[in-house]
Write a protein that binds this ligand. Structure first.
Ligand code: BDR
Ligand code: CA
Length: 312
């Protein structure tokens, strides 16, 4: 497989962190840059986290460009620092002086680039507003966002439908900047959507956590406490790495083509058929988690790989 050239627009964010580490340790992906957006925490916090994640795995050569902020944060889920009180030190390397908007506007004119959006769509919408003609040049955007209610599960608070996690109808990344989401989905850009319908099926068990580097396990455990307490489950969802896994391993997912519409309340609607969007609606959940755990193993943050575990 030819290496996929990738830019990740992200608001780290605990699950964003695992997505970034997965991309950095995937031989099929050439990670060109990270652009940051304020989402889970402020833009200062997400940029700081992007830089320190890269520093932790000695990849400060990957440039980071800071972007804009959306309207909401999720500190009650990701902790005040955005990484559940992560003890990793700050990077000695700062973000680049150019803004994420300038960088993306310039870089996305090149062919062969996929943009992965793991936070609110604020940066990409700003790019498209500034330069609408870019919509026909951008080859592929894969986002985590939205929910279509094709999956439901019974939890402490009743039946949860995979439509929303901020409100029953709206998912965080779309809800945080509804007008930006509308700009992106109405622009004609080919967008593949990883919705809650996928990520709420990909729950991480305690057994998997125990196989990780203790710092990473602690970060994830504190992050999953929110879902465990809210839903009464013994596991939590790992949303954003699905975007990276889909790019590297599309065979783990089933995609349906059609058109996504952004509703005024931040909800998402989907009509299958002709259209420039794709929605992922099925996943091999264990295959996905094995893939992520193998990437963490390559990074040195998970001592055992999943095939070794299966052979025990
Ligand atoms: C999305 O919201 C954020 O809190 C996560 O990082 C993920 O991108 C899930 O709804
Ligand atoms: Ca995110």
């Amino acid at each position: 497989m030819m290496q996929q050239r990738l830019i990740i627009d992200t608001d780290p964010g605990v699950d964003d962190m695992i997505a970034i580490l997965s991309a950095l340790h995937c031989q099929d992906i050439d990670l060109l840059a990270l652009t940051t957006v304020g989402g889970n925490v402020s833009i200062e916090g997400t940029t700081r986290n992007a830089l320190r994640i890269l520093a932790r795995v000695n990849r400060t050569g990957v440039p980071v460009y800071a972007g804009l902020s959306a309207a909401h944060t999720a500190q009650h889920v990701h902790g005040g620092d955005g990484l559940s009180g992560c003890s990793w030190p700050d990077s000695p390397v700062p973000a680049r002086p150019e803004s994420a908007i300038g960088f993306l506007t310039r870089e996305l004119t090149n062919s062969g680039i996929t943009l992965a959006c793991l936070g609110p769509l604020t940066n990409l919408a700003a790019v498209l507003k500034a330069k609408p003609e870019l919509a026909c040049q951008i080859e592929r955007v894969v986002i985590m966002g939205g929910g279509f209610g094709t999956y439901s599960f019974r939890a402490g608070e009743g039946v949860i439908e995979s439509r929303g996690n901020v409100t029953p109808e709206a998912e965080f990344n779309i809800y945080s900047d509804i007008s930006a989401a509308r700009v992106v989905f109405e622009s004609g850009v080919p967008v593949t959507v990883v919705p809650l319908d996928i990520s709420q099926r990909t729950l991480v068990s305690q057994v998997r956590l125990e196989r990780l580097d203790p710092v990473v396990a602690g970060i994830l455990d504190r992050y999953f406490a929110f879902s465990r307490e809210r839903w009464g489950t013994d596991a939590g969802p790992l949303h954003d790495p699905n975007v990276i896994a889909y790019i590297a391993r599309p065979d783990l997912y089933t995609a349906v083509r059609g058109t996504v519409t952004i509703l005024p309340n931040g909800g998402t609607d989907f009509e299958a058929g002709a259209g420039v969007h794709q929605v992922l609606l099925q996943v091999d959940a264990e295959g996905y988690l094995d893939w992520v755990w193998d990437r963490l193993s390559e990074s040195g943050l998970q001592p055992f790989n999943s095939s070794a575990k299966r052979a025990e």
